[in-house]
Design a protein around this ligand. Structure first.
Ligand code: CTP
Length: 397
């Protein structure tokens, strides 16, 4: 299954370092070529020989030693890797990468690589919850690095809480899903919209919404990893677009409408994850509006409904809409499925814990025209994105 794939496993100094042996062995059994890089601290927990035997490759420990096992091409590990997994990942390696520090072989390789990087953190609960660590994780996530959520349980230090390395079996599954997925969308043109729209009131003020863009960007990333030719049309967000997608930044609903319509014809799949504002100020002011006595009234006029228009124009495209609701979820979502002539509606209750705007996770229902209402339990937005794409493929058969 992983034949021809190059996986670099970075092992850092935590009690869970021994579990990386199991991870390496699982990747090998699946046919991957595995190279292990250990930090000095990791060698306090596991001998490099163990990883050498399991990976059947020399193990790299410190870049400032005379090259013994690895040759002059040591940077080539960074280049040939299809994916870099750091497991267990300490607060130290996460902090280094988040701050651009490259002072040993592992941090240098991560920094020199354009491959996907997946961190599987493991550390004491208090440390994991430390705002500095959490800020570093957030920063790296926004830059496109991946994280596998640690599990809860009894930690090596005796504390009970979150911070245990996720099970090796699950780590291997997650890495495959994130970085080495099947190419079942190869050659398909997929357009996804993401983020909020922004409507100008005057040169310094605007109307927008709370969409972070995370769901749409996760769809773009998952589709691209599965071989699709992805166009990402996005309102302003703080997220870096996935490498390799055709990125089209937009602002207002009309701007997004025009961009989508311009690229609509050549698409096989269109996924409308953007939170499009339904109204815009009728007459945006050219100059800053100065305050005056009394109240201010701004007249709002309706924006075009992009999804509704696509529903009218579609020929053989698969059209997916979203329904973000606070009540009567399935009823409203079914209404949108029919009214907008979509093939699939992804419905979520934005008031639920673990779902909605800004969250890293989501809980959704997939509603299709055959009347199926499939619930996807709480999962990361990337996992949800893959479930949506699985359903799209099912519908296109
Ligand atoms: N949508 C769109 N253009 C709009 C409004 C919404 O393309 N002007 C799309 C969204 O991208 C989403 C779907 O329609 O895929 C549902 O959006 P939502 O705002 O939840 O629904 P509305 O049709 O605006 O209905 P309501 O405001 O009554 O909930």
């Amino acid at each position: 299954m992983l034949k021809g794939k190059n996986i670099v496993v970075g092992v850092t100094g935590g009690v869970a370092a021994y579990k990386a042996c199991d991870i390496v062995s699982r990747f090998k059994k699946l046919g991957a070529e595995v190279n292990v890089i250990m930090t000095k601290a990791a060698t306090e927990f596991v001998q490099p020989q163990a990883f050498q035997a399991l990976s059947q490759n020399p193990v790299t420990v410190d870049m400032f030693e005379t090259p013994r096992y690895w040759d002059i091409e040591h940077i080539s590990l960074a280049q040939k890797a299809d994916v870099l997994l750091v497991a267990p990942a300490t607060a130290n390696i996460i902090g280094k990468v988040a701050n651009g520090i490259a002072d040993d072989m592992l941090s240098t390789t991560i920094m020199a690589s354009t491959a996907k990087v997946v961190f599987a953190p493991a550390m004491n609960t208090k440390m994991y919850e430390n705002v500095i660590v959490q800020d570093n994780i957030k920063k790296l996530k926004n830059l496109g690095y991946h994280f596998i959520q640690p599990a809860s349980g009894r930690l090596a230090c005796g504390d009970i809480g979150v911070g245990k390395l996720c099970e090796p079996e699950k780590i291997v599954e997650a890495v495959i899903e994130i970085a080495l997925p099947v190419q079942d969308l190869a050659g398909k043109n997929l357009l996804v919209t993401a983020g909020p729209t922004v409507e100008t009131i005057d040169p310094v003020r605007f109307i927008s919404n709370r969409s972070s863009g995370k769901m749409g960007y996760a769809i773009a990333e998952a589709a691209q990893a599965r071989g699709a030719i992805v166009t990402l049309v996005s309102g302003p967000t703080n997220i870096k677009p996935p490498a390799g997608v055709d990125f089209m930044p937009t602002t207002s609903a009309i701007n997004m409408y025009d961009t989508v319509m311009e690229h609509f014809n050549k698409q096989d799949i269109i996924i409308k994850a953007a939170a499009v504002g339904d109204y815009r100020p009728e007459n945006p002011a050219d100059m800053k509006i100065k305050k005056q006595e009394g109240n201010l009234t701004i007249n709002l006029v309706r924006n075009p409904d992009i999804l509704l228009e696509l529903g009218k124009r579609k020929t053989n495209q698969i059209l997916v809409g979203f329904a973000a609701e606070t009540n009567n979820l399935l009823e409203y979502a079914t209404g949108k499925l029919n009214k907008k002539n979509a093939d699939l509606i992804v419905a979520n209750d934005v008031t639920e814990n673990g779902a909605g705007f800004g969250s890293d996770t989501n809980i959704v229902y997939l509603l299709d025209r055959q009347g199926e209402q499939r619930k996807i339990e709480m999962a990361s937005k990337l996992e949800i994105a893959n479930k949506i794409l699985d359903k799209v493929i099912e519908l296109s058969k």
